[in-house]
Design a protein around this ligand. Structure first.
Ligand code: SF4
Ligand code: SF4
Length: 352
């Protein structure tokens, strides 16, 4: 089933008993040498503190083969996925599975050595960047010189021969970097990268200092205005409004499949932390959903929480299908205008 049919299934049959993910997310490793203060899983634990064995490349490929039977789109994340000891072999073997899209998220520090494998297998490269202030960033990463190296690696990635991936700059808005966000926007815009901004989550909740924060809201108003003008901003306008207002939404966790490093399936989502079965032992995801239902109950009705790209993004395109149509029209108009004007433009106004 392709993504459009899967989307329609979720739209028209919301209580469908099978598990038909639109997107799968695999945590290749939780390990990460950085120490970002905003790093947090659904329980508030930083990923680098989670302890989990990693699978060898052969087993990861077995797991990806099973995931591929259920879903055409794969996100490889972490931790820092490029700290998996066999990440290059895994990425090099991935094209054989013919995923329709492969997203790799990374902090960018090891990206230079990974580029040949990334070029072979990845369609969207997501690099995290919170500020252009290297001193501030290095203190947050806990690693002197890291920020400059990451910026250099992004340039290498942008200019890598045979590049097929698009580059997305992923930015976490925290109470500490609100004054840096316009600079990150400018950085992405000038290089023709898409920008994705999400609020810092502490556990499942947006950081309390972002709620009703005028500077935070103003930045999302700015993003929405630029989006409507054709800037490359991740997410629909409706989604960006929910991020700005940090409003409650009806989550649809079965639009995604989230898999821990060892192959355990998170039920119904990473945030709730239940494991319903291991795909390497039980490759039938529908059976895993039924087992999860028996052990942990149905999809929960959660509070005002989880304003993340996947949870909120899928929830809103299902609650407001017209927002996708609007996004499609916007994208078509961007393509048309980019065909007529240079793709990269420099703007002297630092607020745009
Ligand atoms: S780079 Fe990512 S995984 Fe590593 S500490 Fe920072 S937020 Fe956590
Ligand atoms: S809001 Fe969604 S992602 Fe968050 S805990 Fe609830 S079901 Fe999971």
């Amino acid at each position: 089933m392709n993504a459009a049919c899967t989307y329609l299934t979720h739209l028209l049959l919301p209580d469908f008993g099978d598990w038909r993910p639109i997107l799968s997310v695999y945590y290749l490793t939780y390990a990460c040498d950085f120490r970002c203060p905003y790093c947090s899983d659904g329980s508030g634990t930083p990923y680098f503190r989670l302890r989990s064995p990693v699978l060898p490349a052969d087993r990861v490929m077995d797991l990806f083969g099973i995931i591929r039977r259920h879903c055409g789109y794969l996100v490889i994340t972490g931790g820092e996925p490029l700290q998996h000891p066999e990440y290059a072999e895994i990425l090099n073997r991935l094209p054989a599975l013919r995923f329709r899209g492969v997203v790799l998220t990374t902090n960018g520090y090891l990206l230079d050595q990974a580029l040949p494998a990334v070029t072979r297998s990845v369609t969207e490269l997501v690099v995290s960047l919170q500020t252009l202030d290297s001193t501030k960033a290095d203190i947050e990463y806990g690693r002197p010189g890291a920020h400059q190296r990451i910026l250099a690696n992004i340039e290498l990635a942008a200019n890598h021969p045979g590049r097929k991936y698009s580059i997305i700059i992923s930015c976490v808005a925290t109470p500490e970097n609100l004054g840096d966000l316009h600079g990150v926007y400018q950085y992405a815009r000038h290089r023709g990268f898409r920008l994705a901004v999400c609020p810092q989550l502490v556990g499942v909740k947006a950081h309390h200092a972002l709620e009703n924060n005028g500077e935070y809201r103003e930045f999302f108003d700015f993003l929405i205005a630029r989006k409507n003008e054709g800037a490359l901003i991740q997410g629909t306008v409706d989604y960006l409004e929910y991020l700005r207002d940090l409003k409650k939404f009806k989550c649809r966790p079965f639009t995604m499949l989230v898999v821990a490093p060892t192959g355990e399936v998170c039920y119904p989502c990473l945030e709730l932390g239940h494991h319903a079965g291991n795909l390497l032992d039980e490759p039938d995801l529908h059976r895993i959903r039924r087992s999860g239902f028996r052990r942990f109950g149905p999809q929960p009705d959660c509070g005002t929480q989880c304003h993340s790209a996947c949870a909120l993004g899928f929830a809103r395109i299902l609650a407001n299908p017209l927002s996708i149509l609007r996004e499609g029209v916007l994208m078509a108009s961007i393509k048309t205008s980019r065909a007529a004007t240079p793709a990269v433009s420099f703007d002297s106004n630092p607020r745009r």
